[in-house]
Design a protein around this ligand. Structure first.
Ligand code: HSE
Length: 406
């Protein structure tokens, strides 16, 4: 029998208990022994819930219990999660977590501590919820150099973008709906400002580079400025707008970004709608692959955590390796990254065409139905720094700029 403890009985913690209890027999058969939850740590009591029998409020009870071989951390946030995880690893227990904030900030160090103690620190659920993406990167694709990752990594904002695109729904209205469906972070700012997706792409960037990519270094723009008018232009161009998290090799450099982007209908992420997540991966040998599924929610996230627990139970006293070191990677300056830009300009196309052509060169103009006192255009590919310099002379007239994903 392998005994485990669960730190936190919130949405994901209760999901982990449910997955293990529901699939107890099949998990036992596949593992070759029973997986048993000995403790659940939480500040609260749960009268009437069978979990009450194994609730403890004392972390010391768990960390000092040699019978507990694996600890699930699903409390969220940095502290006390970081201290608890570190102490469990140092005590020779493997840890599985869904906590992207913890992994993005301390993942390299915690993997190193796990290696020193011959245990494991796994975190599949921290990116893409229930979608298997980290394990494929760590195992199936280890023979490849990953040149590009482009992901829809936040279910809440994808739900909002989908409703705004297909139903012309208003931003505030869809945010309220998204919160009501239970996928949003406790503080919805983390979703709509892109912070949640930013931590996830920081983890993916660290994995594919083997070095620490700090989320603070990644350009991060949320969806708060996206309007139904922007969606009208997208439709007029046969495109849509998605909050994308991207990471690309550019020669020796790596760039990463979170921002709303225009996607053409042929793009593999165009049809990823609602709360679903998807991660497009391009490897130098593999070519293209795409991972799609439930990126948020209680049971999908818990399913990924339990997958890690089972892998750890199969590898007690055998470290599976570290995915990246603490050596920091400096990202390519955003201003150097080349792309096309969609611009919404206030004023009349007839009177402004000349000055726009003079500043931006060959652009493609677009009009959106019902929007009379403005027009849009898409530039040629240029470094973002060059775009900024050209846009400077139209300050006050540019109503929106959205990057185009090729
Ligand atoms: N708030 C997140 C989302 C949950 O909407 O995707 C999963 O990290």
């Amino acid at each position: 029998m392998v005994k485990i403890a669960v730190l936190g009985y919130g949405t994901v913690g209760s999901g982990v208990v449910e997955v293990i209890r529901t699939n107890q027999d099949v998990i036992g058969e596949r593992l070759g022994e029973e997986l048993c939850i000995k403790y659940v740590l939480d500040l609260k009591e749960f009268p009437g819930d069978p979990v009450q029998e194994i609730i403890t409020h004392d972390f010391e009870e768990i960390v000092s219990d040699d019978e507990v071989k694996i600890v699930v951390e699903v409390m969220g946030g940095i502290e006390p999660a970081y201290t608890f995880v570190k102490r469990c690893l140092e005590a020779g227990k493997s840890v599985a977590t869904s906590n992207k904030a913890l992994v993005a900030k301390h993942g390299a160090q915690l993997q190193e501590i796990a290696r020193e103690h011959n245990v494991n620190f796994l975190f599949e659920a921290s990116v893409g919820g229930g979608i298997p993406i980290l394990r494929p990167l760590r195992s199936s694709l280890t023979g490849d150099v990953i040149e590009e990752i482009a992901g829809i990594l936040n279910g809440t904002t994808n739900y909002m973008m989908t409703k705004m695109f297909y139903e012309g729904a208003d931003y505030d209205e869809v945010l309220r709906e998204a919160q009501a469906n239970g996928f949003a972070e406790r503080n919805p700012e983390a979703d709509v400002e892109g912070y949640d997706a930013c931590r996830k792409i920081a983890i993916l960037s660290s994995i594919i580079s083997g070095k620490q990519v700090d989320f603070e270094d990644i350009y991060c723009e949320g969806i708060t400025k996206i309007t139904v008018e922007d969606m009208k232009y997208a439709r007029a161009m046969g495109m849509t707008i998605k909050l994308l998290a991207t990471c690309r090799r550019d020669g020796e450099k790596l760039n990463a970004m979170v921002a709303p982007c225009l996607l053409r209908a042929e793009h593999p992420l165009f049809a990823v709608n609602g709360v679903f997540n998807s991660i497009f991966v391009h490897g130098n040998m593999l070519g293209d692959a795409m991972f799609y599924g439930s990126g948020a929610g209680k049971l999908p996230t818990a399913s990924a955590v339990v997958g890690d627990v089972i892998e750890e139970a199969r590898n007690l006293d055998r470290n599976l390796g570290v995915m990246w070191t603490q050596e920091k990677l400096a990202l390519e300056d955003m201003k150097e990254v080349e792309r096309r830009f969609f611009v919404r300009m206030k004023g009349s196309l007839e009177t402004m065409r000349r000055s726009v052509d003079d500043a931006f060169g060959a652009v493609q103009y677009v009009r959106a139905e019902g929007l009379e006192d403005e027009f849009g255009f898409v530039t040629e590919k240029m470094p973002e720094g060059a775009y900024d310099a050209k846009a400077e002379s139209f300050r006050g007239q540019i109503a929106a700029m959205i990057r185009v994903e090729e």
